[in-house]
Design a protein. Structure first.
Length: 172
């Protein structure tokens, strides 16, 4: 991957939009990925529920190479939004302008996120203390099935909420 140099001496992919605000946390993550080849991050936020849970699960990120582009449907990638924030979501589809993403816990779509702002892919999940290879047959089937259920997510989440509320009432 061809890179450029910022005034602070950090490298970035050529074509990285100059308008995207710099994000020190993201810059540190990029440096770590470049130096180590992979980084384990604890999940924050709820956009990937039910697959990944806030502060309970973790992911292993590796750099996204040009050979990995375009990403496959169902693959989980890590990218920078136009506002400089970062996002880790599942690829719904690759388009000429980038990748259309959807968090597993969301009903809306995001993107296209251009290639220049997609810099890592998830290779492993740590879920309930167990490591899961995202390329395993079970993980691929799960990811594609969850994407197929996207039109029904509002109803699925409503049913889950009712079940949890009823379960909590029975436990008390």
């Amino acid at each position: 991957m061809e890179t450029g140099l910022t005034e602070t001496g950090m490298t970035f992919p050529v074509g990285f939009p100059a308008a995207a605000p710099r994000n020190p946390q993201l810059d540190a993550l990029r440096r770590s990925l470049a130096a180590l080849g992979s980084v384990t991050l604890t999940v924050t936020g709820d956009s990937m529920v039910p697959t990944l849970h806030h502060l309970k699960d973790a992911v292993v990120l590796t750099p996204l190479s040009d050979a990995d582009w375009p990403p496959k449907r169902g693959q989980i990638i890590y990218a920078q939004r136009a506002d400089g924030s970062q996002v880790m979501h599942r690829v719904l589809k690759a388009v000429s302008g980038g990748a259309i993403l959807s968090g597993d816990g969301q009903v809306w779509l995001e993107g296209p996120i251009p290639r220049e702002r997609v810099f890592a892919k998830v290779t492993m999940l740590r879920r309930n203390g167990k490591m899961v290879n995202v390329e395993s047959r079970a993980a691929l089937i799960y990811g594609r099935a969850w994407l197929a259920l996207r039109p029904f997510r509002r109803k699925i989440f409503a049913i889950i909420k009712i079940i949890r509320r009823n379960h909590a009432g029975q436990a008390g």
